[in-house]
Design a protein around this ligand. Structure first.
Ligand code: TYR
Length: 883
C-alpha cells in the first residue's frame, strides 16, 4: 500500500530488460514467523540496452545483505525497488541476496504464505517479489535450483519445480531437499510447498515410450477424494499429445491442493498448486458441476505447460496469449471428453452462458478493457473474463477461419518459432495466419487483430430478403460497436458467421456455410432457395457478438423445434423467454406467460429425442443478471419479481410434466459424474425445484416432503444440494430443518460448508411478505462460527454470492446491501486486496441502476473510495467505476 496515486503501467512503454537473469540458486530456511531466503542470481547485461543501474523488485521483504561478485555492494531503496547504482563491470556477474519474509503474516496469499500448517507459494503475477528481490517480469527467464530446509516433523514433504536431486537430514530435527528445474522459466512460475501431505501417484507412458510420474498431494484424510483429479490429469496428458502433439516434458508432474488460495489454480512448472475446490471430490462431497470443474481446471493448468510455460508472455498485457489460448484448449478438451455430439453442444451452451453472464457485462461496464489491455495499475485486476473467456473466443474464431486442421498446423508453427521464448499476442496470430496462407484469417489478419485491441461487444444486425422468383435469399449483415472507456470509436471487426437456412417446416434449405463480415455492412447471397427461409445465424455462437436478427416468435419457434444446431435451438428458446421478460419488466405486457410459449416449453420437456441436459438449460429462464444486461436502466427488484412470477407460472402450467420428468430422470445406477448422468440429475433437480415451488404456493406438502427426504438420504451431493435448493428457494417451511440437517451431514468438511453458506446467500428473496428475509439471513451468517473472511473460498461463498448472485437481496431500497458491501470492502482490503478488488467489481454497472439504487450505490462507492490507505487493486477498480 502506498500513499499518493498508483503508478499506471502502459503497454506502449515496454522495453526489453537491461539485465537478464540466466540462473538462480535459491535457498529457503522455512519458518512461519521469519523465513530466511538466500538467492544467488547469475546476471547478464543486455548488450542492446543503455548502461544503467540494476533495479530489483521487492515487496514486504527485509534485506539482510547484498553481495556482488563476492563482495558487498552498496544499494539503495527507491519506492519498492532495490537499486544498485554501480553493479560490477563486465558482461556477467553474480549477485547474492539474503533477506527475510514472514509467511505467517502474508494474508494476501501472494508470495510465500502459510495455510493450515504448511507453506505454499503463489507468484503470478507479481508475487515472487514478495519472496525475494528479483527482476520480477515474465520476459526474464532463468534455470532454477532450489534448496528447502525445514522442520522434518511438521513439514515432511518438501517440493519445488522440476526434479528432486537430493534430500537428507539436518541437525535439530530439520531436513532438506534440493530441486532442479531444467527449463528456463519466468519467476511467476516458481513454486514451493512444505507441508504434511500425502499423495496419490500414477505412472504414465507417453508416445515416445518414456515413463512419467504423476502425483496429487493433499492433506491427510483427503486422499479418498483425489481419484477424479488424477483421472483428469491422465486424460489431459493423453489428450494434449493426441490433439496437438504436445507431450509431457517432465519426469514428474505434481499437483498440490491448498485450502487458502486466491484463484482456482496455478500452473507453476511441474508443480501446479490448486485451490482444494478443484482437486477434492467424492460423490458425497462434490456435485456434477464440481466434477466437471475439476476436469476442466486440471486440464487448464496442465495445458499451460506448453501454452504459458514453454512459450510465455513477454509482458502482462499479453496475458491472454496464455490464458485465452489455454481456456480455448480446456474447453475443447472438455468437449472431447464429453463425447456425444449432444453432450458437446451442452458444453458449448454452458460456456456461452458463462461468457454472457460475466464477460458481456464487463465489456459494457466501467472496467471494460480490450483482450490485450493498454494500461493497468494492478495487474491482478486483469485476470478477467475478457482476458480469459473472450480471449478464448478470439482463438476459437481463428480456428473457425482456418479450419480445425489449419489451426493445428498453426499451433505447430507457433511452437517451431517460439518455443522457449516470451512473446506477444501478435506473434501468436501471425503464426496461425502464416501456417494458413490464403485463408480467411491470413487475408485479413490486421483487421482481425482488432479483437485484441478494441473493447466492447459488437452488435450484429441481420436482415434477409427472399426473392421467390429468383429463388434467392439475400442477407444483409451490419455491425456497430458502442464506445468503451478510452475508445470513442471503433473500426469494423472481422466476424465469422456460421449460417444455415431452414424451411418453416424445419427442413434444411441451405446447408451451413461460413460468412465473414469484415466491413460495416455486407450482403451475402444464397441461391436455389426453394421457399422463404428462416435463417439460423451465428451457429454454435461463432463470434462473441450481440445478434439482432429481427426474427418473429413464429420463426424462433421453428428454430426451437427444428434447428440442427443445438446452440441455436437453445438460443431460440432463450430469446422467446427474454422477449417476454423484457416486455413484462417494462410493463408493456402483463406478467403472464402466453400459451404459445408455455406450449413450446412443454414440447421441449416432453420431447423424447432431446438430451435431459439440454432440456434443463432450455427450460431455465435467462438469469436476472442477463435480463439486466439488456437494459440501459434496470430495476433489480422489478426484474426479480417478474422472473419469479414467470417461474411460478411455468411451475404450475407444466406441473404434471415436471412430475413425469422428475421420475423419469432419477438415476438408479451407481453414481458417475458422466455428462449423461449429470444431465438427468440436473433435469430432475430442476423438476423438483418447480414442483416444490408449485406445492408451497398451493399448500400441497408432498413435494417439499420428498425434497426433505432427499436432503437426508441422497446418495450424492448433486441430489442433496439440489433438494435443499428446491426447499430454500421455494421458501418451504422445511427449508430450516433441511439446512440444519445438511450442516450436520457436512461434518465440517470445508468445501461442503462453503456450499451451505453459498446456498443461503443466494436464497431467492420472497416477493411481498417476507421480503428481505434472505438478506437478513446472509447478514446473520457473518457471525456464524464457521464463517471466516480470511479464507477466500469461505468469503466468496457468503459475501460474493450475496452481492453478485442475489440481486434482489443485495439491491435494496434502504441501501442496506450497499452498506454491507462497503463494510466488507474495508475489512477485506486490509486482509487481501486481490479478493477485495473482485468484490469491488459488483458495482461495475452501478450507473445503469434505476433510482433509488443508483444514488445509494454511488454513495457507498464514494465512501469506500475516500478511505486513504486503500490498496492499489481496489483503488483502480473504484477509480474506474467513479470516473
Ligand atoms: N494462471 C492461473 C490460471 O490458470 C490463474 C492465476 C492467476 C492463479 C493469478 C493465481 C493468481 O494469483 O488461470
Amino acid at each position: 500500500m502506498r500513499e499518493g496515486p498508483a503508478i499506471v503501467v502502459h503497454r506502449q512503454d515496454y522495453a526489453a530488460p537491461a539485465y537478464w537473469i540466466r540462473k538462480v540458486e535459491l535457498c529457503f530456511d522455512l519458518d512461519p514467523v521469519k523465513t530466511i531466503v538466500s538467492s544467488k542470481l547469475h546476471i547478464e547485461r543486455n548488450p542492446a540496452a543503455e548502461p544503467q543501474p540494476l533495479k530489483l523488485h521487492g515487496e514486504d521483504v527485509t534485506v539482510l545483505r547484498v553481495m556482488a561478485a563476492g563482495e558487498s555492494v552498496s544499494f539503495r531503496h527507491e519506492d519498492k525497488l532495490l537499486v544498485i547504482d554501480n553493479p560490477p563491470a563486465g558482461e556477467q556477474f553474480v549477485l547474492e541476496i539474503r533477506n527475510t519474509c514472514s509467511p505467517e503474516k502474508n494474508t494476501q496469499l501472494s508470495g510465500l504464505y502459510t495455510s493450515g500448517s504448511g507453506f505454499f507459494t503463489q507468484c503470478e503475477a507479481e508475487g515472487f517479489r514478495r519472496i525475494t528481490y528479483f527482476l520480477d517480469r515474465p520476459d526474464v527467464m532463468a534455470v532454477y535450483t532450489v534448496t528447502l530446509r525445514a522442520d522434518k516433523k511438521k513439514y515432511p514433504v518438501l517440493l519445488s519445480n522440476g526434479n528432486l536431486v537430493e534430500q537428507g537430514e539436518l541437525d535439530n530435527g530439520r531436513h532438506f531437499a534440493v530441486w532442479h528445474d531444467p527449463f528456463p522459466k519466468p519467476s511467476y512460475l516458481f513454486a514451493l510447498v512444505a507441508a504434511d501431505l500425502v499423495c496419490r501417484e500414477q505412472k504414465i507412458r507417453t508416445r515416445a515410450g518414456k515413463e512419467h510420474l504423476l502425483q496429487v498431494f493433499v492433506r491427510r484424510g483427503d486422499l479418498g477424494k483425489t481419484e477424479h483429479a488424477m483421472a483428469s490429469l491422465v486424460a489431459s496428458v493423453v489428450w494434449d499429445e493426441a490433439r496437438f502433439g504436445l507431450p509431457l516434458d517432465l519426469e514428474r508432474f505434481m499437483i498440490v491442493a491448498v485450502e487458502d488460495f486466491n484463484m482456482g489454480a496455478m500452473e507453476n512448472k511441474g508443480l501446479n498448486i490448486f485451490n482444494t475446490k478443484y482437486v477434492l471430490a467424492s460423490p458425497a462431497t462434490a456435485t456434477d458441476v464440481d466434477f466437471a470443474g475439476i476436469e476442466s481446471v486440471v486440464g487448464h493448468e496442465y495445458f499451460h505447460n506448453w501454452t504459458g510455460n514453454r512459450i510465455t508472455c513477454r509482458d502482462w498485457f499479453q496475458l491472454s496469449l496464455k490464458e485465452g489460448l489455454t481456456v480455448f484448449r480446456d474447453q475443447e478438451f472438455s468437449m472431447d471428453m464429453a463425447g456425444a455430439p449432444s453432450a458437446r453442444a451442452v458444453k458449448r451452451i454452458e460456456d456461452v452462458r458463462a461468457l454472457r453472464a460475466s464477460q458481456f457485462p464487463e465489456d459494457a461496464g466501467a472496467m471494460a478493457h480490450p483482450v490485450r489491455p493498454d494500461s493497468y495499475a494492478a495487474i491482478d485486476n486483469f485476470y478477467t473474463p475478457t482476458v480469459y473467456e473472450k480471449g478464448a473466443e478470439v482463438v476459437r474464431m481463428m480456428q473457425t477461419l482456418v479450419g480445425r486442421q489449419g489451426f493445428e498446423r498453426g499451433i505447430t508453427l507457433y511452437f517451431e518459432r517460439h518455443d522457449g521464448q516470451a512473446v506477444t499476442c501478435d506473434d501468436f496470430a501471425q503464426a496461425i495466419a502464416d501456417a494458413n496462407p490464403g485463408s480467411e484469417l491470413a487475408t485479413r489478419l490486421e483487421s482481425f487483430k482488432r479483437w485484441y485491441s478494441q473493447a466492447g461487444t459488437p452488435r450484429l444486425k441481420a436482415r434477409g430478403v427472399y426473392d421467390a422468383e429468383a429463388r434467392r435469399y439475400t442477407l444483409t449483415l451490419a455491425q456497430t460497436a458502442l464506445p468503451s472507456p478510452g475508445q470513442p470509436t471503433k473500426e469494423p471487426f472481422v466476424i465469422p458467421v456460421l449460417a444455415a437456412l431452414l424451411g418453416r417446416d424445419g427442413r434444411t434449405l441451405a446447408a451451413e456455410r461460413l460468412l465473414v463480415l469484415d466491413s460495416a455492412e455486407q450482403q451475402f447471397v444464397f441461391d436455389e432457395v426453394d421457399a422463404e427461409p428462416v435463417p439460423s445465424l451465428l451457429r454454435g455462437f461463432s463470434a462473441p457478438v450481440i445478434l439482432d436478427d429481427g426474427l418473429a416468435d413464429a420463426e424462433l419457434l421453428t428454430l426451437l423445434a427444428h434447428d440442427s444446431d443445438a446452440f441455436n435451438r437453445w438460443e431460440a428458446g432463450q430469446r422467446l423467454a427474454l422477449a417476454r421478460l423484457l416486455a413484462a419488466v417494462a410493463e408493456t405486457a402483463p406478467v403472464t406467460l402466453d400459451e404459445a410459449f408455455v406450449e413450446a416449453m412443454r414440447s421441449v420437456l416432453r420431447d423424447p429425442a432431446l438430451d435431459p441436459a439440454f432440456k434443463e438449460m432450455a427450460l431455465t429462464l435467462p438469469s436476472e443478471g442477463y435480463v439486466a444486461e439488456q437494459l440501459a436502466t434496470f430495476d433489480p427488484q422489478r426484474i426479480h419479481a417478474v422472473r419469479e412470477q414467470f417461474r411460478e407460472q411455468l411451475a404450475s402450467a407444466l406441473h404434471a410434466d415436471w412430475a413425469v420428468a422428475f421420475e423419469a430422470n432419477l438415476v438408479r445406477e451407481g453414481y458417475a459424474p458422466t455428462p449423461a448422468q449429470a444431465g438427468r440429475r440436473a433435469l430432475a433437480n430442476l423438476a423438483l425445484a418447480m414442483l416444490c415451488l408449485h406445492s408451497v404456493r398451493s399448500g400441497n406438502p408432498v413435494w417439499p416432503g420428498r425434497a426433505y427426504q432427499r436432503v437426508k438420504d441422497a446418495s450424492n451431493m448433486t441430489d442433496r444440494i439440489g433438494a435443499l435448493a428446491a426447499l430454500v428457494h421455494s421458501h418451504s417451511e422445511l427449508a430450516e430443518p433441511a439446512l440444519e440437517r445438511f450442516h450436520a451431514i457436512a461434518g465440517g468438511e470445508p468445501l461442503v460448508v462453503d456450499k451451505w453458506f453459498a446456498l443461503q446467500a443466494q436464497a431467492s428473496e420472497p416477493l411481498g411478505a417476507g421480503q428481505g428475509r434472505s438478506f437478513a439471513r446472509a447478514k446473520a451468517l457473518l457471525k456464524h462460527p464457521d464463517f471466516s473472511l480470511k479464507n477466500p473460498n469461505r468469503a466468496r461463498s457468503l459475501i460474493f454470492q450475496l452481492c453478485m448472485n442475489n440481486p434482489a437481496a443485495f439491491h435494496r431500497a434502504d441501501a442496506a446491501g450497499y452498506v454491507f458491501w462497503a463494510e466488507r470492502m474495508f475489512e477485506l482490503d486490509a486482509i487481501n486486496p486481490q479478493v477485495a478488488a473482485r468484490l469491488a467489481r459488483v458495482m461495475d454497472r452501478w450507473t445503469a441502476l434505476a433510482e433509488p439504487y443508483r444514488s445509494a450505490a454511488r454513495e457507498a462507492l464514494v465512501r469506500v473510495a475516500a478511505k486513504p490507505d486503500l490498496s492499489d487493486d481496489v483503488r483502480e477498480v473504484l477509480g474506474r467505476a467513479l470516473e
